[in-house]
Design a protein around this ligand. Sequence first.
Ligand code: HEM
Length: 416
Amino acid sequence: MHTDRSRRVLAHGVGLWEAASRGAAYNPLSRRVIQNPYRVYAALRRRSPVHRSTILGSWVLTRYEDVVAAARNHERFSNNPRWRGATTSVLPPAPDDYSILLMDPPDHSRLRRVAARAFTRSRLAVLGETIARTAAELVERAARQRTIDWMSEVAAPLSMRVMLTMMGLPPGDRGRWAAWVPERARLLEMIATRRERRTAHQAGDEIQRYFRALLQRRRSSDDEDAISTFARQVDAGDEISMPEACDMLSVLMIAGNETTTNLIGNGMLALLRHPEQMQRLREEPVRIQDAIDEMLRFDSPVQTDFRIAKAEVTMRERTIRPGDGVILLTGSANRDEAAFENPDAFDIARKGPRHTSFGTGVHYCIGAELARMEASTIFAEALRSTSVIRLSDEPHYRPSTVIRGLAALPVNLERK
Ligand code: HEM
């Protein structure tokens, strides 16, 4: 069994060979790439845009045009790693995994319809109140303390509070979710150790039992929370089964926490590293929605999407065969100079095409509006209540092959 270290050494060796033979390499385990993947992405876009990665046993697409084309074409590129004939080692699914993320139409369309009932206008309005109240509380406390870790004291608690409310879970369950979310999220990794996978599966089993009990108890509840909403559907015996409902709730909890937390973290770091943009946003708060989109484009919390080719596809003279794994490097598409002017600049007034951070096509992120609400509220609140926010120590990104997020973000705040 490979340890973390031996895996990294092996990947480093393969990466050197890949760079020599193919003009560029993609080694998502490299510490340098984890801290800054954008230089490597640029080399891939230039020299090997449809890249055969030995480390990942899959193709890696890096250009905006190719990433968007593949994400839109669910007939040829499947989300289902169990698709017969799949040859990639990326993303081995749990045998009981009914995640919407790993399904194709028509099952995907059915589950997507059910999931949408947890994101109705009235539900988002209720969540909007929770977001506003929590954002005000967290910023007030942070400003009193003056020096805080923005990740653990603002970004993570906001996402967690919103998701607990959305689900209809008691605030007291925060502790177990704070442990389950990162454990279960390791299943999203392209490369994970056996121990990480074991822990992720154990967390998955516990989460299944937890949600099954709640779904059974809320079958006749009239409440609007996600658990009650899905419990009524399971009880009616149409559209969604009990295991599917458990996995849907689990995906919502993981996706709703990991990603939004990191948008709020990476976005704050972008503002801190570009003080003229932070100042502009202070002076022109109407730009908040554009600023959130630019944060998403500039340093997306999700860097990769996965697909399995269902048919032979030729892209830029390379032949992708049925069963091959295809990694869509959305983080690279967002920095493609063919799509965005001056792509490495952080510019909250940017014009141009839509970023790929919420995905494209039938799997387009169902929580996008909620994530935008959380991020815009917390940034608006933080900028309104403070006169200065500055970095108080150099932050580091956590090792991950999919999620991009900071381990901690120490900041100083001065209240207005
Ligand atoms: C900044 C925050 C977020 C980012 C960057 C993000 C990113 C993504 C991406 C890239 C996909 C598409 C995956 C694919 O094409 O295979 C996706 C799908 C999804 N996201 Fe998000 N997400 C965010 C927030 C959320 C939130 C807050 C929730 C739930 C409350 C959520 C729930 C989901 C679900 C359920 C799917 C699967 C949709 C489907 O397969 O049809 N996400 N997200």
